[in-house]
Write a protein of this length. Structure first.
Length: 164
């Protein structure tokens, strides 16, 4: 009998609910290189994972190698971070490569912060929001997005004691 590779993640035998997705992540590319990360991903598959996340693939070539080895056997996750090590591509492009799960974590925070920088710079310079108003929701627009009229109507139902 050959060497055993202990599972360091839950195996398919540990699954308590059929809808549980076990996604295994390796960050080995950054520390040990691509070959080590691909080997680790193989061990994860032996443990019965449902999907793989090989973090920080650093080039189109590394992405191609990972997809060639795994895309036909298990869903792969691509992590798109602006300014990160993996080349940012569209979900469509990544799907065509073989990635089945694509995430864009933190993108909204970076977009909002960029917007806030512009907003506060304009406010500081002009001492008014007038130059920025075409990039903002007005009061009514904000209330429409957060559904203020519906919330007030719901509150009124409870105030009247007619929760139906």
């Amino acid at each position: 009998m050959g060497p055993q590779h202990p599972c360091v993640i839950p195996s398919s035998d540990d699954r308590h609910h059929k809808d549980t997705l076990i996604l295994a992540r390796t960050d080995a590319v950054a520390v040990e290189g691509l070959d080590a990360a691909l080997e680790r991903a193989e061990r994860y598959l032996e443990c019965g994972v449902d999907a793989l996340f090989i973090e920080a693939l650093r080039s189109d070539e590394q992405m191609k190698l990972a997809c060639a080895q795994f895309a036909g056997r298990v869903p792969l996750l691509a992590n798109m971070v602006e300014g990160g090590l993996t080349p940012v591509q569209s979900a469509t492009e990544l799907g065509e490569r073989g990635f089945k799960i694509v995430i864009f974590p933190g993108g909204t925070a970076r977009a909002v912060l960029h917007t806030l920088q512009g907003y506060y710079a304009s406010l500081h310079t002009h001492q008014s929001t007038r130059p920025w108003q075409d990039k903002m929701l007005n009061f009514e627009g904000l209330n429409a997005v957060i559904e203020t009229p519906q919330l007030l109507a719901l509150g009124q139902r409870y105030e009247d004691g007619s929760q139906n």
